[in-house]
Design a binder for this molecule. Structure first.
Ligand SMILES: Cc1cc2nc3c(=O)[nH]c(=O)nc-3n(C[C@H](O)[C@H](O)[C@H](O)COP(=O)(O)O)c2cc1C
Length: 202
């Protein structure tokens, strides 16, 4: 729903912040990705860190003779995005190391003028709000626009069965308004980018 018949679909992928075996946040990420894919005018898809070879950063990839093999594919998926959803568990009160390491690989400003919706996941009752606060800060430092509305998901084990199917509509009910808000920001910034490009502006 871009409100402009000539506009292309909005590219709005979901980045998953955990590679842990048995991770529960992947169920949330798939749920979010499926809901996005059902929206008109949205091109969604998962960016799963477990599919990218990104070892612990020892040098900025932009300055390395041999960047890690996962760098270019990871960077180009994000560079092409009009906006982003990050779905991340909270580990030790903050961002999982694997997610921060992956973000550290990206070129500075890669999220410039891109709205970012943040979904945090926890087994307990607080929904990963420690991770949410840190992720907002990190996204800002990368030029991104973390939107004011977030989606902290508590007690994730009670929301899905073993196959990853939602057992009730608790998450879906909160997800709709969150995605409405995110898509509004992503559509608005994408429209402005098109206007800028048409007028030869920034
Ligand atoms: C290393 C580690 C640290 C964790 N730290 C926290 C934490 O600080 N706060 C919290 O609510 N849950 C914490 N958890 C539990 C997660 O909320 C739980 O694993 C949940 O299922 C989401 O993470 P997952 O996608 O890895 O499954 C931690 C889990 C791991 C593996």
């Amino acid at each position: 729903m871009t409100g402009d018949a000539t506009a292309r679909a909005l590219n709005l992928p979901v980045l998953v912040g955990s590679v842990r075996e048995g991770r529960r946040s992947i169920h949330v990420a798939r749920h979010v990705g499926d809901a996005l894919a059902r929206r008109e005018g949205i091109e969604a898809g998962l960016i799963d860190l477990s599919e990218f070879d990104l070892p612990i950063l020892i040098e900025r990839p932009q300055q390395a003779d041999r960047p890690p093999p996962g760098y270019e594919p990871f960077q180009s998926r994000l560079r092409a995005a009009d906006g982003l959803v990050i779905v991340s568990p909270e580990y030790k009160g903050g961002i999982p190391g694997v997610l921060k390491n992956a973000l550290d690989h990206l070129e500075p400003g890669v999220f410039r003028r891109r709205p970012i919706g943040i979904v945090t996941v926890s087994a307990g009752g607080l929904g990963g709000v420690g991770c949410l606060a840190q992720l907002r800060q990190v996204c800002l430092s990368m030029g991104g626009l973390p939107i004011p509305v977030a989606l902290p998901v508590s007690e994730v084990e009670a929301l899905f069965d073993e196959r990853g199917d939602a057992v009730d509509d608790r998450l879906a009910r909160r997800l709709g308004p969150f995605l409405d808000e995110l898509i509004w920001y992503v559509g608005a910034t994408a429209r402005q980018r098109r206007l800028d490009a048409a007028s030869g502006g920034a």
